[in-house]
Design a protein around this ligand. Structure first.
Ligand SMILES: [Zn+2]
Length: 136
C-alpha cells in the first residue's frame, strides 16, 4: 500500500525542510511578475533527491513480452542509505513523488503576469491542432 503524505513525513523527516523552504516562497508583489513554476524547480529537485525520481523496475511478470527494460539503479550515488529496507522501497517510487507533488505544489502562490500565462494558451492550442491532425 502506498503511504500518504503524513506517512512520508515520518519516513523522510527532511520533507519538513522542504516545507519550510516552500513557506518562504511568497509573491510580495514587488517585482513585475511572479512565476510559481520557476520557484518550484529547486523544490522539485530536492523532492527527487529525497523521494526518488522514478519507479523501480516492475517485477518480471509485469513486463510487456516484447520490451527490453534496462536496469537502472536509482540508488546509485545516494549517500550510503540502506537500499534493501522497506522504507527505501516505499520512498523510491515515482508514485510517492506524485503524492508529495500534489500536497506541496498546491501550497505554492499562483503565477502572476509570467510567461506561463502567455504560453499556456498557445501550448494548449498547439496540442488541440496536433490532436486534430492525428484524428484525420
Ligand atoms: Zn509562471
Amino acid at each position: 500500500m502506498l503511504p500518504d503524505y503524513q506517512d512520508l513525513l515520518l519516513l523522510e523527516p527532511r520533507l519538513r525542510e522542504v516545507e519550510d523552504e516552500l513557506r518562504g516562497i511568497r509573491d510580495d508583489g514587488a517585482s513585475s511578475f511572479f512565476c510559481s513554476n520557476y520557484e518550484w524547480l529547486p523544490i522539485s529537485a530536492r523532492l527527487k533527491v529525497l523521494l526518488g525520481p522514478g519507479r523501480k523496475e516492475p517485477p518480471v511478470e509485469e513486463l510487456d513480452g516484447g520490451c527490453v527494460f534496462t536496469e537502472v539503479d536509482l540508488d546509485e550515488g545516494a549517500e550510503g542509505g540502506e537500499e534493501d529496507d522497506l522504507e527505501s522501497d516505499l520512498l523510491f517510487d515515482s508514485r510517492v513523488f506524485e503524492i508529495a507533488y500534489v500536497e506541496l505544489s498546491r501550497r505554492m502562490p499562483a503565477c502572476r503576469d509570467c510567461g506561463c500565462q502567455r504560453f499556456m494558451p498557445i501550448l494548449l492550442r498547439q496540442l488541440e491542432c496536433s490532436r486534430e491532425l492525428f484524428a484525420r
